[in-house]
Design a binder for this molecule. Sequence first.
Ligand SMILES: [Zn+2]
Ligand SMILES: [Zn+2]
Length: 303
Amino acid sequence: MEARTSRDSESGEKPDSVSSLKKNKKGIEIEGYPVEGLSIGGQETCVIFPTLKIAFDIGRCPQRAISQDFLFISHGHMDHIGGLPMYVATRGLFSMKPPTIFVPVAIKEDVQRLFEVHRAMDQSELKHNLIGLNVGEEFRLRKDLTVRAFRTYHGIPSQGYIIYSVRQKLKQEYIGLAGNEIKNLKLSGVEITYTVTSPEVAFTGDTMSDFIVDSDNIDVLRARILVMESTFVDNSMTVENARDYGHTHLSEIINYADRKFKELYLRCLHHWQVEFLHLQKVSDELGDDVNYSMNLVFEVLHI
Ligand SMILES: [Zn+2]
Ligand SMILES: [Zn+2]
């Protein structure tokens, strides 16, 4: 069973939709991470984790995205990638360090060409680091953060991203030793720690629900926060309609919820607003037969 948020354990309260999802002026806080962004079906998607300096998809390049150092593009549809040159150009304008941009390998050359065209037109440098990641490939972002691309299902080349925290922990046999003993061991070259990685944030971009049952995507469902699309949320579109467009219907997620998710925060598109749907397990123990209650927590995110 995953650890509760520090806030929950400190207060000793049972986590509920309110305790683990806090509202602030610019957006919401989930599992200790502020989340900002916007998502308007077919027009613009950009979801930002400002404390990680990360943006997932760039939409039309909302102002808040510009200060994020890492950008992860899920696929080449205009509502997800349209603002890319503007993002790079604006960071250059403000003398910010060149951003690192991750794209599916399948579109990397096209993205390079896109920047060549803009450079030819405005004779600027448009400095950035462009990295093509294949599904399953990892990249170290910082000492304490890595990213891995995972498979999504959307009709054109697409992928999601999992952000992992990386921590060094003291090996069991050295726990309880005095500080100077540990220091001496370390100085003598003994490997006293081991590495723990845990999936923190996963972002799908547009996808059919098939990614949920993809056995390679276990960590996506284990992540503390999963941001996924559910473009269709009511009966005006059937599951089949949603699949025809390469998207997910909310009813599919609910059907999977009893077996797959512990706690889940979803990005839903509905009525031109970003909304987060919070599915939370009722029982304290994580088992195969858990029941889920569905607490709908809709928070509109404004940039
Ligand atoms: Zn889209
Ligand atoms: Zn799309």
